[in-house]
Design a binder for this molecule. Structure first.
Ligand code: ADP
Ligand code: 3PG
Ligand code: MG
Length: 420
């Protein structure tokens, strides 16, 4: 196993201290605002349990969604409830993440208690990596240590992943350590062929890592709304499909890297786009699945899944692979009629236990866990990270990991970096 280069909760004396923990509780919510998948909450439990055993007062912070200011539907209150039931331990919810409410709640809290603070992104200062906001997070929580355990968000340089570390000695939690070591180990010298399957809807977030995957992978399969973006770039009419325009420069760079690697003749065999798609004219649950060649999408139709031929190509590639990295659902998988490609891929991976599979992304993990029904045991590693796992696999430095104190244990905890 690859060594972890940062100090972790096990390396510092936390007993009886107030500890601020950054989790990633950005969980999928259904149309009624209920938590539809609690993988990320479950995944935070080993660190929280460890801290409770150390008799810490644990103050947990997270974001949820991408709110514009204080939007009630993005409150973390339902997460506090679910966390309490999973931990079988009271979790006090505080309706702010900085300020007097936090100070009062923390003063009242005894050793061995857990507070969950309200959504960090209710303040624009969080995403702006604002130093004053970070200082308030540190001071108002009274934290003596900061623990980064929100693996899913460490690719962001935000106040709770970067600036905060300027004010409190900062170490990794157990989830962060496990994700980074597992993924780094699998990517260091992967068993080949390595096939990367990339889909989903956060196209502009993820597209830039494809260029680096061109170097690492033996084949890249593109699906989901990512495929719509590529097909549109290739000059096809995508009707009313969800896609991201304005990606020409990035896709130009990807194709030029592919040409350089495999030569002109093999471009479409290396970077595989669907030749047919399943379309519908609405996102209605009752919408019917109609498969058409990618050149035949009408103006009012949306490409919502790979077509049957495209699915057979994806399955064939995956069955030949020894390592598969999958990030982003291959269609609008919330509706079963458009979950065919994602389900067939899940099945192909589950029936090949000898293939190393690393599955990442909030929606993708949600999908495969529901498909699997056994906490993801059919797969090697279901990551809690989406963009974070992709960037790690592509070899990018992660700001939320870089900012933590480095191992070996000789790293000084009294470094000038820390003002308190
Ligand atoms: P992850 O959460 O796994 O990182 P993303 O958030 O990038 O992945 O994308 C997942 C979302 O993409 C899902 O809500 C899914 O319905 C949507 N999606 C995937 N393909 C399509 C498509 N062809 N059209 C519309 N939405 C799609
Ligand atoms: C995720 O779901 O990938 C993380 O929680 C980060 O969320 P973001 O893409 O809104 O920064
Ligand atoms: Mg998502």
């Amino acid at each position: 196993m690859v060594g972890f280069s940062k100090l972790t909760v096990r390396d510092v004396p936390l007993e009886h201290k107030v500890v601020l923990v950054r989790a990633d509780y950005n969980v999928p919510l259904d149309s009624n605002g209920n938590i539809s998948d609690d993988l990320r909450i479950k995944a935070s439990i080993p660190t929280l349990t460890y801290l409770l055993e150390q008799k810490c007062t644990v103050v947990v912070i997270s974001h949820l969604g991408r709110p514009e200011g204080k939007e009630k539907r993005f409150s973390l209150r339902p997460v506090a409830k679910r966390l309490a039931s999973l931990l079988d331990h009271h979790v006090a919810f505080v309706t702010d993440c900085i300020g007097d409410k936090v100070v009062q709640a923390r003063k009242k809290a005894s050793a061995g208690s857990i507070l969950l603070l309200e959504n960090l992104r209710f303040y624009p200062e969080e995403e702006a990596n604002d130093e004053v906001f970070a200082q308030s997070l540190a001071q108002d929580s009274g934290a003596r240590y900061f623990v980064q355990d929100g693996f899913g968000v460490v690719h962001r340089a935000h106040a709770s992943t970067d600036a905060i570390t300027h004010y409190v000695p900062s170490v990794a939690g157990l989830l962060l350590e496990k994700e980074v070591t597992t993924i780094t180990h699998a990517m260091k010298s992967p068993e080949r062929p390595l096939v990367a399957v990339l889909g989903g809807a956060k196209v502009s977030d993820k597209i830039h890592v494809i260029e680096r995957f061109v170097k690492v992978a033996d084949k890249i399969v593109i699906g989901g709304a990512m495929a719509n973006t590529f097909l549109s770039y290739r000059g096809l009419s995508m009707g009313a499909s969800i896609l991201e325009p304005g990606q020409k420069d990035v896709i130009d760079a990807i194709y030029s890297a592919v040409r350089k690697k495999v030569g002109d003749a093999r471009v479409d065999d290396f970077l595989i786009l669907p030749r047919d798609v399943a379309v519908a004219t609405s996102l209605d649950k009752k919408a019917e699945r109609k498969v058409v060649p990618v050149g035949n999408i009408s103006a009012d139709e949306m490409a919502l899944d790979a077509g049957d031929y495209a699915i057979s190509v994806i399955v064939k590639e995956v069955l030949q692979a020894k390592t598969v990295v999958w990030n982003g659902t291959l269609g609008y998988a919330e509706i079963p009629a458009f979950a065919h490609a994602s389900a067939r891929l899940a099945l192909a991976l589950a029936t090949q236990p000898q293939t190393t599979s690393i599955i990442g992304g909030g929606d993708t993990a949600d999908f495969v866990l529901k498909w699997d029904g056994h906490d993801g045991n059919s797969f090697n590693h279901v990551s809690t990270g989406g963009g974070a796992s992709l960037e790690l696999m592509a070899g990018d430095p992660l700001p939320g990991v870089e900012s933590l104190l480095s191992a070996p244990k000789s790293a000084t905890l009294n470094s000038n970096k820390h003002k308190r």
